[in-house]
Design a binder for this molecule. Structure first.
Ligand SMILES: [Zn+2]
Length: 61
């Protein structure tokens, strides 16, 4: 396994926190709310409704 592959795995396994309220997102259970979310593979925070991508980076609409 190359270093690049390893770091990509680590990113995917990392816990993601809401950039706004620090709510922890579920690691594996992700129910996409719409087609966009399905494509970017992110979350919508259940607490503050903030949208983020799979790295926990806030997505501005
Ligand atoms: Zn939040």
């Amino acid at each position: 396994m190359s270093d690049t592959e390893r770091s990509q795995m680590e990113i995917n396994l990392n816990k993601v926190f809401c950039p706004k309220c620090d709510e922890k997102m579920p690691a594996l259970l992700r129910i996409p709310k719409n087609i966009q979310q399905l494509m970017w593979g992110g979350w919508t925070c259940p607490k503050c409704d903030c949208k983020m991508d799979k790295f926990g980076k806030k997505i501005s609409e």
